[in-house]
Design a protein around this ligand. Structure first.
Ligand SMILES: Nc1nc2c(c(=O)[nH]1)N[C@H]1C(S)=C(S)[C@@H](COP(=O)(O)O)O[C@H]1N2
Ligand SMILES: [Mo]
Length: 310
């Protein structure tokens, strides 16, 4: 890390915001006695009460926005010093949608509106490289958007694609053996699961470039590589779409990529994970089945051999 701080100095954004609100409204509150939290003091961003992150420790924002995998730009995670030079312009973004009744090109604002507006959810996030974090995403359920888009009859999958221009992502030119553009896919059932988000923000702010501005997928029970960034295309398909990682290394990265402590990566164990932190002695914790979302998603995979369908 470029400017490592003592980990005791780190204040998670949510605590910071609560503290700021407390200072701002505390005096008034004190005068009024034990009144409920006034409606006008609430953040504009809706917080989903089911996903407030209770019992989880939020990853410091500074880490979640600097320790990134975004292969189009960099392979070494430490993006913070370089991100200013990235030619990713999220301002006039369009997403091409096909394979459905309402196929056309949409702005991110239009998609957000169709998805019911953005709300905040705190999710665990587990990279296949065996590190993990806990972050507050702003976004909307992909399933709500799918209902509005109305997939054509017989569609079974959703394919998502990142921009493919080497003028934006220099590694698209520098690493020609990668099957660019970055693509990912979900079964329609997975895409419609209420946990599956299209995110437009993180830590209550618009997504920074390195986290996949202006629109990225978040599938918290799957390895991080499924959560494709900077999406330019959403396609409904009849057949299982090809994905960048499963094409590049099919024995290491499957289509499902469900977090599973019992199915190891061919080159390392998935039984435990390093918790991203600024601490000199990062904590390791056991990895949870479906990254802790087993109750919600296990039924999607009934009868499926998860050792073969990794
Ligand atoms: N387009 C694109 N999406 C991507 C990646 C990438 O390299 N390119 N990396 C993936 C991987 S491996 C991870 S772990 C997450 C990282 O997301 P974060 O940087 O917001 O933590 O993004 C995923 N989405
Ligand atoms: Mo990852």
């Amino acid at each position: 890390m470029a400017h490592a701080k003592n980990h005791l100095e780190i204040t998670p954004e949510i605590l910071y915001r609560h503290r700021r609100d407390f200072i701002r409204y505390g005096a008034l509150w004190g005068l009024a006695g034990l009144l409920p939290w006034p409606a006008w003091a609430k953040d504009a961003l809706r917080k989903n009460p089911k996903f407030t992150g209770e019992g989880l420790t939020l990853t410091p924002e500074e880490l979640a926005t600097s320790y990134n995998n975004f292969y189009e730009f960099n392979l070494d995670k430490d993006v913070a010093p370089k991100v200013k030079e990235w030619k990713l312009d999220a301002s006039a973004w369009k997403v091409e949608v096909s394979g459905c009744a309402n196929a056309k090109s949409y702005s991110v604002a239009e998609l957000t509106e169709m998805g019911g507006g953005a709300e905040e959810r705190v999710y665990r996030f587990r990279c296949v490289e065996a590190w993990s974090m806990v972050v507050p995403w702003s976004g909307f359920e992909l399933g709500k958007l799918i209902d509005k888009l109305k997939p054509d009859a017989g569609m079974k999958y959703v394919k998502l694609t990142t921009f493919g221009s080497g003028d934006i992502g220099p590694n698209i030119k520098a690493l020609p053996h990668y099957p660019w553009p970055y693509t990912e896919g979900l079964t329609l059932e997975e895409a419609r699961h209420p946990l599956t988000l299209l995110a437009t923000g993180i830590y209550g702010k618009p997504l920074p470039k390195q986290n996949g501005a202006p629109l990225r997928l978040v599938v918290p029970w799957k390895y991080g590589f499924k959560s494709i960034k900077s999406i330019v295309k959403i396609e409904f398909t009849k057949t299982q779409p090809k994905t960048l990682w499963s094409e590049l290394a099919p024995s290491e990265y499957g289509f499902y990529a469900n977090v599973n402590p019992k199915v190891d990566h061919p080159r390392w164990s998935q039984a435990s994970e390093r918790v991203l932190s600024k601490s000199f002695f990062p904590k390791r914790q056991p990895t949870l089945m479906f990254n802790g979302y087993e109750k919600e998603v296990a039924s999607l995979y009934q009868g499926l051999d998860l050792t073969k369908n990794y």
